[in-house]
Design a binder for this molecule. Structure first.
Ligand SMILES: [Zn+2]
Length: 396
């Protein structure tokens, strides 16, 4: 552990009157879930084995079995993420094929290691899986575009294990407007409204992260089940349009919903426009998204070039303090029964000092130091997410 981190630990232990071993032991007792893992993108890389230990420095990956065990991460929602393509018949067909390929990849990961992973399709299955020492795999979708060609396919995805549906990503799609695009539908499209109702009928949670404010409002009014934001922050702390303002946080909680706090650096702290950085990094990030087709040596080289470019055009430094500012603010606004963690691992999440899932107990230590109880921590790390899953199941 670097010296600076050690000082923080010492200060925390003094503050909460507990030893490092106690924090670890408490963290291990909890069911620790993350509601937004982009790890299926890593699974596409030839030769990349989730059972082996990797490092962020070598290949920018943040989740594998050894590091999940180190960080006490019992599992989470593995996302079927689809980059938004053109809203054309060809674009819809491509998205549809992509979605089915990714859910197959997730299911194959579980099938290949039945000793290490188990797919959960009901909230009540989760504690037994955790008790058995296996990791819980839940399946979500980030961007519903794979359903645009045939929304009826939602039932197929449900049979394959889909239990959470994020309507939209960084651009508008056939169902909804994005938080980071100019309004097109001014909320949900007619197909988007039908999709929300279909998800309700199947017991699939609706995820409003990345959705515009208008979509958020319309989903909240329309959904028969409580709603989740699987990886979002507080707009009062970081004024990014992806983040939720206090009034919306309160309404989400009042309807029984949960906000899972994100660690995506540029959403955590405001960043000034930096066109040189964008110009240098955009082609590298594009290459990285295609990393599935690259051999490991080329991935390592790409990781090195990305690190160099990021260092040449640095963003404001972000640390665990920034994550905690969002987390503690949201806790203040809605209370510990409506907050969780969705850190966007393998999708751009993580900060200096918390670069992968192996260090999650640092968040537990900070929450204890802030005065939250073991029961609060149990709710925040997994209890709230499972309660919401159960309520979505019951509502259909
Ligand atoms: Zn995202």
């Amino acid at each position: 552990m670097p010296r600076s981190t050690r000082y923080v630990w010492v200060a925390l232990m003094l503050a909460c009157g507990c030893a490092l071993a106690d924090v670890r032991a408490l963290h291990e007792r909890l069911i620790v879930l993350d509601s937004h893992l982009d790890t299926p993108m890593q699974l596409a890389r030839p030769g990349w084995d989730i059972g082996q230990r990797h490092s962020y420095a070598d290949d920018l990956s943040q989740v594998d079995l050894p590091r999940m065990r180190d960080g006490g991460l019992d599992g989470g929602f593995f996302a079927i993420f689809t980059p938004q393509g053109p809203l054309t018949p060809e674009g819809r067909t491509l998205a549809s094929e992509h979605g089915l390929a990714v859910i197959t990849r997730i299911r194959d990961m579980v099938a290949a290691r039945p000793d290490a992973f188990a797919l959960a399709t009901r909230a009540q299955e989760v504690p037994a899986i955790v008790a058995s020492g296996r990791r819980v795999v839940l399946i979500s979708m980030e961007n519903a575009e794979p359903l645009a060609a045939d929304p009826g396919r939602l039932a197929t995805y449900h049979r394959l294990g889909l239990r959470m549906l994020g309507l939209v990503h960084a651009q508008n799609n056939d169902f909804a407007d994005s938080a980071t695009a100019l309004p097109h539908w001014h909320g949900l499209s007619p197909a988007g409204r039908e999709l929300v109702q279909a998800a309700n009928r199947l017991g699939i949670l609706i995820d409003v992260s990345h959705a515009s404010d208008a979509v958020f409002d319309q989903v909240l009014a329309l959904s028969s089940a409580p709603v989740i934001a699987s990886h979002s922050g507080a707009r009062a702390i970081g004024p990014h349009p992806r983040n939720l303002d206090d009034e919306r946080l309160r309404r989400l909680a009042a309807r029984g919903g949960v906000v899972q706090v994100n660690t995506y650096a540029s959403d955590l702290v405001p960043r000034a426009l930096n066109p040189e950085r964008d110009k240098a990094l955009a082609p590298l990030y594009r290459e990285f998204r295609l990393a599935a087709s690259l051999p490991p040596a080329q991935v390592a080289d790409l990781a090195r070039r990305i690190r160099e470019a990021e260092a040449r055009y640095p963003l404001p430094a972000t640390s665990l303090d920034d994550i905690m500012r969002h987390l503690l603010h949201i806790l203040d606004v809605v209370g510990p029964r409506h907050v969780g963690i969705g850190a966007d691992w393998d999708g751009g999440g993580g900060v200096e000092g918390l670069r992968d899932v192996s260090q999650l107990s640092q968040i537990t230590a900070r929450l204890l130091a802030a005065g939250y109880s073991e029961q609060d921590l149990a709710d925040i790390w997994g209890g709230n997410l499972l309660r919401l899953m159960g309520e979505a199941q019951a509502a259909h």
